[in-house]
Design a protein around this ligand. Structure first.
Ligand SMILES: Cc1cc2nc3c(=O)[nH]c(=O)nc-3n(C[C@H](O)[C@H](O)[C@H](O)COP(=O)(O)O)c2cc1C
Length: 320
């Protein structure tokens, strides 16, 4: 796990951490990224759309595919495919709270089934010589906080690293991530490679979670949507204790490159659809962004889209 030490890892985000987005962040210095979660049922059956999720080109040096599911055999067949494709670290999803996932007993619902978790890890470790990590929450809900029990099982079965997102499944993303529990895990399992996650937004947050919890690496998700420059800022902050704030122009320059990546991978129509979400995140809180959002939600094609962006870039503050 040395490769991950002191690193910022891009969190798995379904529908977000696709190849173009990962490449855009690699171009800003990101070194480690997860894929979005991948169904073991789809992958083990080599479904085309699922296989596309593990296509990688020009990516950050280390990509960690994340698997979700409940069937041990499907996990094993999926891992065989991932090994064929030269992946050597694989993450297991024990944290997704989405209804369609928990309905099948996967994601955070697996935390209610410690025996099955044990079997999945044991069988994988028995069959394959790969690094295995798991990402979990505090428990399914407030009445079933069992992260220490699950981590104990994972640890005894030889898990190589754990990411803790310290919220309950039922919370989704409400409230706040309680880093205290990350600190507890590190105290109880000092030699476990622990990745802290949840509500990290700034270089100061990265510093604080490291010093408060003693975790070994950090994982960041949503903040990258608003501030893709976080990796650069963190690297500067480590050396100088300060960092540059990036301007609207910097963000738009980044965005244009991201748009062309989406277009290259998915074609113009889909690129436009995905890009609207990204530009809304990127411009959140900036002067004139509310009005800009309103206008952007009505555009019909790429010409209108880039006209709006250009106009706002020049006149943003007058929109307020
Ligand atoms: C849109 C979205 C999709 C997500 N998809 C996944 C996923 O596929 N697998 C996973 O383990 N976590 C998923 N998460 C949770 C994130 O990986 C992360 O744990 C959570 O957002 C907290 O970190 P953050 O505050 O840095 O965003 C998702 C989160 C969001 C917002």
């Amino acid at each position: 796990m040395k490769k991950l030490k002191n690193k910022i890892i891009l969190a798995p985000m379904a529908g977000v951490t696709n190849e173009p987005f990962r490449i855009s962040l690699k171009n800003l210095g990101l070194e480690v990224s997860c894929t979005e979660m991948i169904s073991v049922e789809g992958l083990s059956r080599r479904i085309k759309r699922t296989l596309e999720l593990i296509e990688i080109k020009n990516e950050p040096p280390l990509i960690i595919p994340q698997l979700f599911g409940t069937n041990v055999e499907s996990f094993l067949r999926s891992i065989e495919i991932l090994i064929e494709k030269n992946f050597n670290i694989i993450d297991i999803n024990l944290g997704c709270p989405a209804k369609k996932i928990i309905k099948k007993g996967a994601g955070v619902a697996l935390m209610k089934n410690p025996e099955l978790i044990k079997r999945i890890i044991l069988e994988i470790k028995k069959r394959f010589d790969i690094k295995l990590t798991a990402k979990l929450r505090l428990g399914f809900d407030e009445n079933s906080m069992n992260y220490l029990e699950i981590i104990n099982i994972l640890y005894n079965e030889g898990i190589d690293a754990i990411t803790l997102h310290p919220r309950f499944g039922k919370q989704y993303y409400s409230g706040h991530a309680n880093w205290y529990h990350i600190k507890v895990v590190k105290k109880k399992f000092p030699d476990l490679f622990l990745i802290g996650n949840g509500d990290i937004k700034t270089p100061e947050d990265v510093k604080n979670i490291y010093s408060y919890t003693n975790c070994d690496a950090v994982m960041i998700g949503r903040a990258f949507l608003e501030n893709p420059f976080l990796v650069i800022q963190w690297k500067d902050f480590v050396i100088t204790q300060t960092y540059k704030e990036f301007s609207i122009k910097d963000k738009i320059k980044y965005f244009k490159k991201l748009f062309y990546l989406f277009k290259k991978f998915y074609g113009e129509e889909k690129a436009l659809k995905i890009s609207i979400k990204h530009i809304i995140h990127l411009t959140k809180g900036l002067p004139g962004s509310a009005k800009f959002r309103e206008k952007i939600s009505k555009i019909k094609n790429c010409v209108e889209f880039f006209n709006e962006i250009g106009y706002w870039e020049q006149n943003g503050e007058q929109f307020t």
